[in-house]
Every structure is written in structure tokens, then in C-alpha cells.
Design a protein around this ligand. Sequence first.
Ligand code: HEC
Length: 486
Amino acid sequence: MTALLFLLAACGKGATVLEGPPIGSCAYTSPFSGELECREYYSAEVEYAETDCVELLSTFEPEVSCNVAELMGTCTYSDDDVQIRTYVEGDAPDRCGTNKFGCEFFANGAWEPGANCEGNDEVAVLENPFPQPVRVCVDPIDGEPAGQSEGGQVCTWEVVSGATEDGRSFTDYAECDSVIRQRGFSAAEPDARSLEEDVRMGDTTYVADVDWVRTQIRAGACECCHASAKGVGAAVFDADVDGNLMNQFHDNGLAMGAGWIPTVGFGTYPPEENNGFWRSSPENPNLSVIPTTDPDRIIAIFEAELEHRGLTPADFAGLTYGGAGPLDEQRAFVPDACSEEEGVAPDGTIRWLPGRARYVYVMEADTITPTVPPNLDTPDGTLWRIDVPEDGAPVFSETVVYGQVPAGLTQAWPASGAPEPLVEGRQYYLYASADVLFPISRCLFTAGDPAPSSCDATGGRGGIAGLAGIAALALVGARRKRAPTA
Ligand code: HEC
């Protein structure tokens, strides 16, 4: 291992300098993709690397480098003062683009393709795409009262922001499978103060409030990952914990609960479609991250907790994007002009960069970039949106003509009829994505301008910040610790 390694980013990001040799490595299985990965730590404290590796359910090996036979590529990035190079193992060419995106977008890192990804950076999600929310209606479980929907049934949206009826448990009425695929689960430690005694637990009024917060978490899809009794586990906080649930939250988590950090980016249904549960939304950004039937009560409880820790809103003032991190970064994305390879030709043919799309949008130029369902994925200003169904095959560039829905796809907007015709000389926003939160092209084109040239696979990818989808999240686990998402 040379003392200093230089790594050039594939898309002109500049050199990443690693100060080596590595202090050691961590080989693990990605909890998201199931792929084998290995991290080398440079200029890091051993303690940092050990903790990081434990969180990946593996063991740090001091002074050992990664030894990867089947290399898809490496991602080199720095996080605080730590420099990390992650090796992604495997032989799955269709995942090369995904890993590259995850590396560049989430980690702000440099992706270097290995032998198994050489020349392949097409972006496509061929399997296991983001599941769209489904509303499930079932009879109440034994011993519970009739539901509020037709025929006494209980209806629940299967989506991270969904909630069943107040007083019931989400997992009794909906499945966690798609919820977990939408968000990804990995265990994460609670705040250290949760290990300490808390005299407040002797106060019955206080305990009643904490117990009520538990009911709100259990009614929401949050139960899937934040309640050990019925969910798949509990990340950071556990509605079913014996001690004080509130002490498990980190400071940021509390601030999200109090609405001091806006969490609009996670998305929500309006309460009338979500069994009366409110959550932070563009209309009410400072509501809680936790879906609740009583926003004032939950905010008061979380604010009291922050006050107890001596914190004020000013302590979180810089955190514009709160815990929604990548979600909000995408929502805030402002497109530039399309490259020569992207746009809509005068005959309506739509072209995007190398990759296969599951979603194609044409929008007014100033439309907010679409992100997650249910309320942030068809922003005001959308003129046309077509979707590939979950079991369908994503479509190639130049196979879609504006206003004509290809066989096998569905028109998500407008609800019926043809979209407004494009006005010559006017600018519009083209958004083509391999999956939810996984853009291929997002740029401004002018209607009537000469046809863009065909895609050149070696061309620049200026418009792409890109991201890995859930599968490449583990690449950047170290970053995610600081920017929790819900
Ligand atoms: C599919 C799993 C999953 C679901 C569902 C989920 N979360 Fe999380 N959540 C996590 C994980 C994992 C973390 C740990 C940090 C990270 O990875 O971002 C987390 C962290 C958080 C945090 C930060 C906690 C802290 O103090 O650091 C908050 C707040 C949160 N989630 C709220 C929610 C709410 C509210 C819901 C329901 C609307 C929800 N989450 C649903 C997986 C999930």
C-alpha cells in the first residue's frame, strides 16, 4: 500500500486524496443489498472504525486491507475527519450504476469502477423497485372495536408515513415488507442517556405522556422499525422499551419530534386520508415527524424533553434539511439546462442519459423536484407523469413520446386525458428516474428546440447527482449516523 493514494472520480469531481496506509478494514454484508462490501479506514481513530464496524454487524480488523476478488468498484469519501474507501464486491452489472449513484450522491464520494463494472454505468432498477403505497382494508382483529371504514373495516396505507386507526397497532393491520423496502432498516443505538436512571419515571402524569407517545408510534408504520415487540427491530428508539422512551432519542430526533427541525421531506397523507393522523407537510412544516392525532400534545411533550436537555430552537437553526437529508436535498434540487443528450424533440420524443426509467415527468420549469409518495411525488406544475408498474420493465430513452403512454405503463398525471401541449419556445423541466429518488436526467429543455442528439454513453453526466436507492445506503453508513431519516 503506497503512502498516498490518488483516486480520480469518474465524472470529473476531482481527485480524492487518501492519507494512508489504512488503519484497518471491516468486511461486512450490506444490510440493504446483501452484497459483500469492505471498508478501509484512513486517517481515522481506531475507536471510530471499531464502532462503525460493529454497527455493520462485523468486526474491525486492524492493519488489514480489504481483499476483494470480484470487484464492482470502490467509493472513496470523507466523513468528518475520517476517510473511507468502500469496496463493493459482486458480479451484477445492472447494479453498477446504482452503486455509482449512491457513492456520488449520498457520500459525495468518488466512484471508481472495478473490473466487473468497467464501461457499465447505465442506471436501471430491474428488481425490487420502490413499492408504491397500497391501502389495505381488513376486519378488526379479535377483541378490538369495529373500524371506521365501510363495513366496519380498518383501512391503512402501507407506506412509511401511513397510520392505522388511533389505539391500534400498525402491524395488526398492514404489512411491514413494503415499508421496509421504502426506507431500509438497520439497527442503531439509542442515545447514551437512556442507560441512566430517570426520576421523572416516578411521575404518573409524565409516564402517561410517554405512554401516549408509544401509542402514536405503534399506530404508524414507524412500528415496523421502532418497536421491538412487533416490528423487525428498533432503530434508536423503541416504543416497547421498558425504560424511558424519550431518553432514547438523540437531540436531533427530539427536535424532529418537536417540529423544530422541519421534516416535510418524508412525506405524508393529509389527516383525512390517514385515519386522522397529522404529520409535517409543506402546508404545516413544523408539525412533528411522528404521525399523531394530537399535534399540539406531541409537540409539547417533545419540547419539554428538549428543554429538559437545555436545548432551544436556536441549537437546530442551521439544520434546514433536518433529518430528511437526501430526501430534502433532492426536493431542493434546481435543474440546469439539459445537455445535448437530454430533452424533448420537436416530434415529442423524450431523451435522457444512459439508464432505464420507471418514472418520466414533464413539468413547468419552476416545479419543485418530485420525491416520495404520497404528497411529494406529483408536485404542482406537473404536466405529465408516466409510471412503470412494480412488475414492469423500465423503459429506454427515446422510446417515449410526450403525451403517448407506452404499452404496459400507466399515466399517473393528468388523472385522465391528454396532457397540455407544450408551447414552442417555452422552457420545461424533464425528470426521468430509474426509481423513486433515483434520477437519471433532471434538466430544463425548451420546447421546439432541435432534437437532442442520441445518448453518448461516455458523455458528461452533469445533471445527475444521483443516489443509490436503498441498496447502496450501506456504503455511506457513517454519514447516515449524523443525518437520521425517518
Ligand atoms: C423501515 C424502517 C423504518 C421505518 C418504517 C421508520 N424508521 Fe425511523 N429510523 C429508522 C432507522 C434505521 C433509523 C436510524 C438512523 C438512520 O438510519 O437514519 C431511524 C431514525 C429515526 C429518527 C431519529 C432518531 C434519533 O433520535 O436519532 C426519527 C425521529 C425517526 N426515525 C422517526 C420515524 C418515524 C416518526 C417513523 C414513522 C413515521 C419512522 N421513523 C419510520 C428506520 C425506520
